[in-house]
Design a protein around this ligand. Structure first.
Ligand SMILES: [Zn+2]
Length: 193
């Protein structure tokens, strides 16, 4: 009952450092940098907000639609800026096979992006071709971009550095700035979000 709820102690909390996980934040920043400026990037959208029944569903159809969507969320959705109509769904890694046909059928593009490509703007440019900014938009957003996605240059050889995820060892899963000339130049630094 609501008057019996557990006591919470406000002074034992503080704001989270970020609303999203590190990986999601990095991808969010990269998506914002890459997609057209008339689109809005929304993270963690419940699948049930993306579709609605069209016409009459019988009980069985209603149940199976609910089973397919309930409890699932799209990692990112690209929406029209006006009205937030969903245009494309982006899933990280290999998730969402069972619902993909529904989205494709209703004309919402469905993308699966491997985690290692999630923060790579060249890769996202290629995959999300229809949704990415044209050159003039990119130029217009350049000043934003520089604050969102700082560029970093190798202190040894002055080549631009790229963000990569450690695949093994004690730092497995962590993100690093790595010199683009790797393995010829082995400079790397822990990436702080
Ligand atoms: Zn270097």
């Amino acid at each position: 009952m609501f008057w019996k709820r557990k006591k919470i102690v406000p002074e034992k909390y503080e704001p989270a450092a970020a609303v999203l996980t590190r990986e999601m934040t990095l991808m969010f920043q990269t998506l914002k940098h890459v997609v057209r400026s008339d689109l809005v990037v929304l993270p963690h959208v419940p699948m049930q907000r993306l579709l609605r029944p069209f016409g009459q569903l019988n009980q069985k159809e209603r149940t199976s639609l609910h089973a397919a969507l309930a409890g699932h969320e799209a990692d990112f959705v690209l929406c029209s800026g006006k009205g937030l109509r969903p245009e494309a769904v982006i899933m990280l890694e290999d998730h969402g096979h069972e619902v993909e046909p529904i989205f494709e059928h209703v004309g919402i593009r469905f993308f699966r992006i491997p985690m290692k490509g999630a923060a790579n703007s060249d890769y996202l440019h290629t995959v999300l071709e229809a949704y990415v900014a044209k050159n003039e938009d990119t130029a217009k957003n350049l000043s934003d971009t520089q604050t969102i996605l700082p560029r970093k240059y190798c202190p040894k050889c002055q080549t631009e550095m790229v963000v990569k995820r450690a695949r093994g060892g004690p730092w497995e899963g962590s993100l690093f700035w790595v010199c683009r000339r790797y393995p010829r130049c082995k400079t790397s630094e822990l990436h702080k979000v």
